[in-house]
Design a protein around this ligand. Structure first.
Ligand SMILES: Cc1cc2nc3c(=O)[nH]c(=O)nc-3n(C[C@H](O)[C@H](O)[C@H](O)COP(=O)(O)OP(=O)(O)OC[C@H]3O[C@@H](n4cnc5c(N)ncnc54)[C@H](O)[C@@H]3O)c2cc1C
Length: 291
């Protein structure tokens, strides 16, 4: 199928982009087009004014800040996945980007597009929520910065107003005592995952666990950060008993849903397996890095 007719704009400066967003109603921006183009073709999205932001190279960057890494919204998934800086400073994000869809999708799809699309099974919203990333949003009137928890308002819904766009995202850097893991399960390579787990654990010199950040997709109606639920398990060392108790506790927080072909109980079983795998992988990584 072909999309319904629309007006096409291709701003070449940020000022032009801001002015277009301010003047036109019924607008949508197109970044990599990997989600929006199929929706337009299937007539699931009706757009009057399409603003193509591919001629704005200043929106594609990965910058080293003091304690954070800033990523421009138009940075492609493959650039996030292969960035040396991110592999050193925010390896969980780089790794998760490698697991998105297929090669071609990662070449075109952008981090900003994925975050603004807010698919409940997508990797990028999950990582942003788990790591408490911050979103820099621009409009002609103002710049504002909000947390991932404020940005995502549910499946396919964000806090962006019609005249705003996502400029960049800031992720906190990992300390050298932090180990991480990303586990997901999908039926076929390249499919969205049924359940995924993003995890980072900070240890002290005595192997005591001081901080846990954990988020899951697939056990509620949107990606969710369960880090606060881990508070009773901090200031302890890793053991199989500790892990069993922690995963049981986390399971009691989940609200999985039944679908025709995937039951809620299947999602719960999968979540338990992936959480266990993630913590075990993290612990092995921590011991290996310590030497
Ligand atoms: C076959 C297939 C498999 C896929 N598998 C996965 C997968 O496993 N995991 C996964 O996470 N994703 C998957 N995707 C989706 C892919 O990651 C997309 O790249 C991503 O969802 C959207 O990025 P995009 O740059 O293509 O955005 P677009 O499709 O161009 O835009 C998506 C939405 O974001 C808005 N938007 C884009 N940029 C901005 C901005 N800077 N500010 C404000 N609004 C903006 C657009 O208006 C639109 O509403 C898959 C896609 C396909 C086709």
């Amino acid at each position: 199928m072909k999309p319904a007719a629309f007006q096409y704009h291709q701003p070449c400066t940020m000022q032009d982009l801001l002015a277009l967003l301010d003047q036109q109603s019924g607008t949508k921006m197109i970044a990599g087009g990997q989600s929006l183009a199929p929706m337009m073709n299937m007539r699931m999205a009706h757009i009057e004014q399409l603003i193509d932001i591919n001629q704005l190279p200043e929106l594609a960057f990965i910058q080293d800040g003091q304690n954070q890494v800033m990523i421009g919204a138009m940075t492609r998934h493959h650039e996030v996945a292969s960035s040396d800086l991110l592999q050193r400073k925010c390896p969980l994000l780089a790794y998760a980007a490698q697991t998105i869809g297929h090669y071609v999708i990662r070449q075109r799809g952008t981090i900003g597009g994925s975050l603004c699309h807010a698919d409940p099974a997508a990797q990028m919203p999950l990582i942003a929520l788990t790591l408490n990333a911050h979103f820099h949003i621009k409009s002609i009137q103002q710049d504002r910065v909000i947390s991932a928890a404020e940005f995502f308002q549910g499946a396919m819904t964000t806090a962006l107003q019609e005249n705003e766009f996502l400029y960049s995202i800031a992720y906190p850097c990992f300390s050298n005592k932090t180990a991480w893991a990303f586990e997901m399960f999908n039926r076929r390579h390249g499919d969205y995952a049924i359940v995924s787990v993003a995890l980072s654990v900070e240890y002290d010199d005595d192997e005591v666990i001081r901080n846990i950040r954990i988020g899951l997709n697939g056990v509620a109606d949107f990606a969710h950060d369960y880090s606060l639920d881990c508070a009773p398990f901090l200031n302890q060392t890793f053991s199989e008993k500790w892990l069993e108790d922690l995963s049981q506790h986390l399971m009691s927080q989940f609200l999985p849903f039944d679908e025709e072909r995937i039951s809620a109980s299947y999602r719960l079983d999968l979540a338990k397996t992936l959480i266990t795998k993630a913590f075990q992988r993290v612990h092995v990584r921590f011991l290996k890095d310590r030497g």
